[in-house]
Structures are given as C-alpha cells and as structure tokens.
Design a protein around this ligand. Structure first.
Ligand code: DSN
Length: 405
C-alpha cells in the first residue's frame, strides 16, 4: 500500500483528492476522469517498454501491449471517423511537434493563431521551438468581434504561402469553421492541421462540428473535454499515416506510455457511449447558461459569449486584473486560470482576463439551472476580492452545493 511505503506522498495525494472535491473546478483544460480511466492509468502496463507499433516492436513481450494499443487505435478511428490514429504522443505539444517533423523543414513557413488571441504555443508562437525554428505567420481575431475573420486568414495565407496551417487553440470560445480553413489550405496546397485538444470531447459527442473530412491531420490531447488520461493522439488521412507514425517514433519519442495508452482506450470507449453525447451537449448548455448569466451581471465576454465549453472574460471593465481575480476566486473555491484576452495591454503573467470552462463541473453533475448561482458567486467574488471573510463565506456556499451532488 502506498500509505505504508510512502505515507508523505499518500497523504499529499489524499489531500489533493480532498482539495479537488471541495472546488468548482473550472479550468477549461481540465476534467474529472472516471474510476476506470484512473485504474488503467495506475496499472502494471507502466512496467513495459514497447518502442515501435503493434506487430513491429523493438522489445519482446508485446503480446498484450499490442492488443491494448490496437484497441486504442481502432476506437479512435471509429469515434472520430478517420483513417489512421497514432495514440503515442506523450501530450499535446509533442503531438504538434510531430506534425512539424512530418511536414516541414526548419525555416519553412507555418501559419497558426497567435497565442494571445487564443492559439497555442506550438502553433508558431515566438518563444516556442515552433516559432524559433520555423518561419511562423500568425493570424488574430478581429478587434470588434473577438472572432477569427476568415477573409483575413485567407489573405494572410495567400500572401505567405504556409506549408502547414493550424486551426484551433486554447482560448477560443466560438465554433471553428473547419470547412473554411480547408478551402484556404486547398487554395495554397497546404496541409490543414486541426488542433482540437479543447473540443475533442465535444466533437466526439456531436456538440461541435468535426474536422474529419476537412483537415488532413487532427491533433488532440485526451484529457480535456474528452475526459481521458494525460496524453494525446494524432489522427490523419491514410496517405499521411506513415509519415506521422515515423515522426512520433523514432522521430521524436522513445517508448510509449502503455498505461496511458490503455487509459486512452478506456476513455474512447466511454466517449462512444450514448451517455457521453448527453454529457457533451450538457457541457455546452452549461457554458451557454453561464455566459448568459455573466452577461446579465455586466461581465465583458470575449466574442460576446460561447459556442463550446469555454468562456473568456475581459475584466478591464470590472477594474481588476485576471491574476488577483483568479486568486480571489480560488479562495472562494472556484478554480480557474488568469488568461490574456485579445489585444491585451497587460503582460502575459499579469493579464486582463480569466478563462473558465464547464467540462469538469458537468462531469460533477451540475446543470444549466445552477449556472446563475455560479455567475452570482463569480460576481460577488470580483466585488469583494480583497475581503477574506466574504470570500470564505462564498467558499462555504460552494462546498455546500458540491456536498449535495
Ligand atoms: N495547458 C493547455 C490549456 O490550458 O489550454 C494549453 O497548453
């Protein structure tokens, strides 16, 4: 037993479990996995080395591991309707790096949404290897709408001729127009990569349009709305299967994490059930209800609302920055992250906004009718952010609600 071998770590894990249970966990990239996913993650598969792919490994003893990985691959292909799946990337950034290795040479041009506008570091942002080793051109959102202008994306693509175009990101509250991105990519013969890390569960559950059939390559983490373990996948058309597989291994990685592969397979199985469709739609219904309730309370939402699980709030009009707001909310048992908003005049480590999501609280069992209560708490916290007693009162109210679920 862990508690006998290492009581310190056992106690810390228990403390984290308690902490999580007391919080409204609203970090948009997090979720609560099932006991089945946890069990697979903590299994003896962690003992194995299996460099290579099913049927073609560099170590013996793969009789079981091959079946595990093949199940994960088959389930990913079926769930997302794609030709090929690589389930070995260790997380989202390595998955995206594998795409660079597969399709680009250093110095080649790549296009992605800029990080402060909602994109991801690995879509060519300057501090990332992808921005240092490649010629990155970045598209933004429009200042007046807070959403991507596809005419601007097209103009930039035609002028810069990137070999790879990324769509998707980490702080995009609106539906991604995959057909429009695909049309632009076709015009310049670029490979379209849809990074659906945030919305993979919504896509799987039919609550966001799928990029399958539009993007030649789809990358995703497995632990956000998809509700699996910390891992990632690359899905692609058959013609790119070899180049993607070679880029992941031996291009970038050694042995895959077989315990994670098993847990991904479990999560994919769960995501294929009818209840998961209901879950995905409730995630969106919760986010929309919360966005409406926040708007009623005078909050300024980037793009004016949400179509998915994610809400980005610009707190400038509330005269508080994102970081102190996130810290006050955490004290009140509402956990989220401070985040840059488009055209943010403040620094990334002290930005103007907060980002929140409904994937975790939906797993916990919250429904749209409870969203006005959460909006009310957020509103009260912002108003009383420097009043510890008021924050503690809200924290107790949050715990009381969570205790009823
Ligand atoms: N960590 C991811 C997120 O929070 O969206 C970005 O890499």
């Amino acid at each position: 037993m862990l508690s006998n071998v290492d009581p310190e770590i056992a106690a810390l894990i228990q403390a984290e479990a308690t902490r999580q249970s007391r919080k409204l966990r609203m970090i948009a990239s997090e979720n609560d996995v099932s006991a089945a996913v946890l069990e697979a993650t903590g299994s003896v598969l962690t003992n194995k080395y299996s460099e290579g792919y099913p049927g073609k490994r560099y170590y013996e003893g793969q009789q079981i591991i091959d079946q595990v990985e093949q199940l994960a691959i088959d389930r990913a292909r079926a769930l997302f309707g794609v030709d090929h799946a690589n389930v070995q990337p260790l997380s989202g950034a390595p998955a995206n790096l594998a795409v660079y290795l597969a399709f680009l040479q250093p110095g080649d041009t790549v296009m992605g949404m800029s990080l402060p506008m909602g994109g991801h570091l690995t879509h060519g942002w300057s501090v990332s290897a992808t921005g240092k080793w490649f010629r990155a051109v970045q598209y933004d959102v429009r200042k007046d709408t807070g959403v991507v202008d596809m005419d601007e994306v097209r103009s930039l693509a035609l002028a810069e001729r990137p070999k790879v175009i990324f769509c998707g990101g980490t702080a995009i509250p609106r539906t991604i127009d995959f057909p429009a991105f695909a049309a632009i990519a076709r015009e310049i013969d670029a490979v379209l990569v849809a990074d659906i890390a945030h919305i993979a569960g919504l896509v799987a559950g039919g609550a966001h349009p799928s990029p399958a059939g539009h993007a030649q390559v789809i990358t995703t983490t497995t632990h956000k709305t998809l509700r699996g373990p910390r891992g990632a996948m690359i899905l692609c058309d058959a013609e790119y299967a070899k180049v993607i597989d070679r880029a992941v291994f031996p291009g970038l990685q050694g042995g895959p994490h077989d315990h994670t592969t098993a847990a991904i397979a479990v999560a994919l199985h769960e995501a294929a059930q009818p209840e998961f469709r209901e879950y995905a739609h409730t995630v969106v219904a919760n986010a929309k209800a919360l966005a409406d309730a926040l708007l009623e309370r005078g909050f300024d939402l980037v793009s004016g609302g949400t179509d998915n699980h994610l809400i980005l709030i610009d707190l400038t009009s509330k005269a508080i920055a994102g970081k102190p707001a996130a810290q006050a909310l955490d004290r009140a048992n509402i956990e989220l992250n401070y985040n840059a908003v488009p055209f943010d005049p403040r620094k990334p480590f002290d930005p103007s906004g907060i980002r929140l999501g409904t994937a975790g609280i939906t797993t916990r069992g919250l429904k749209p009718e409870q969203m006005p209560l959460i909006a009310d708490w957020i509103d009260r916290v912002i108003a009383a952010h420097d009043n510890d007693q008021a924050l503690d009162r809200i924290a107790a109210e949050v715990e009381e609600l969570l205790g009823t679920l």
